[in-house]
Ligand binder design. Sequence first.
Ligand code: FPP
Length: 300
Amino acid sequence: MQKEGQLEGLVTAGVRLPFFESAAVCRYGWIFAAGLAIPRIRDSGRIRAWRCGHGREMFLMEQIVKELPQHIAIIMDGNGRWAQQRGLTRGDGHRAGVRAARQIVMACRERHIPYLTLYAFSKENWGRPRAEVSLLFSLLTRFLGDEVESMVANGIRLQVFGEVDTLPGPVRTALESALRRTAAGTAMTVNLAMNYSGREEILRAVRRIVALGVSPESVTEDMFRAQLYSAGQPDPDLVVRTSGERRLSNYLPFQTAYSELYFCDMHWPDFTPDELDRALEWYAGRERRFGLTSDQLSEK
Ligand code: FPP
């Protein structure tokens, strides 16, 4: 197949394909910026450019782009176990977790993922030892301060999912400032789930609808969605949880009804952009049926 020949040429030339190296490329094909067909595809306005090694641009066809998740939600689990395995403190584990989070935000930005949600602190996390809770808040406060410039420079808009009012003063101040400063970002939205509980989010939405005086028969899904923290955003297509646990732990229970769930055994500090690419490749191979049959999907 010519496409595969082109692919081989690319690989031999040392150009690293970000992912789709095997399955998706062969299934759908791709066009490299060697001149051919590019103007036509570019004009269709349905592709995104991908900058890769050697300063070249690679163009992925619409079908492949379609297989990128629009929204990834991550449960960054395992900082404590990562540290324990190395004879370090849990605090060291969380610090390493912050470094991993920073890398993954940028990796998602580079991969044109428009929405990323990170589970930073759940309501249930308040039950941890006081010293750990306050360390987590001080790390998150520092993260917000350190990252805001880079978020603004990269067109990243920050949002919070959770109850901001009851967060400790310094983290609230850092959050409010980061929200304000990044508000104009249009390239990507990063949601920090902080002081978040999925069931509480659902109850909050119900209370808000009741307070609007809406009659039971006029309550619609759209109206309900508009009262969630995620109002106006697409549901997560892909949920990633590290550290071997296979559950969602009260994370976005309404929004993840049709999400693809990717679980891996490594602890969060070891989750690198290469691991993200593995998750994206796995996602690209999923058939998302939303209740339909395979045949119906192929007829579409
Ligand atoms: C899980 O590790 C992680 C958390 C409780 C959330 C905190 C996450 C970070 C500090 C990562 C950085 C986040 C941002 C947004 C900068 P765990 O303590 O539950 O690990 P364990 O299950 O091994 O004990």
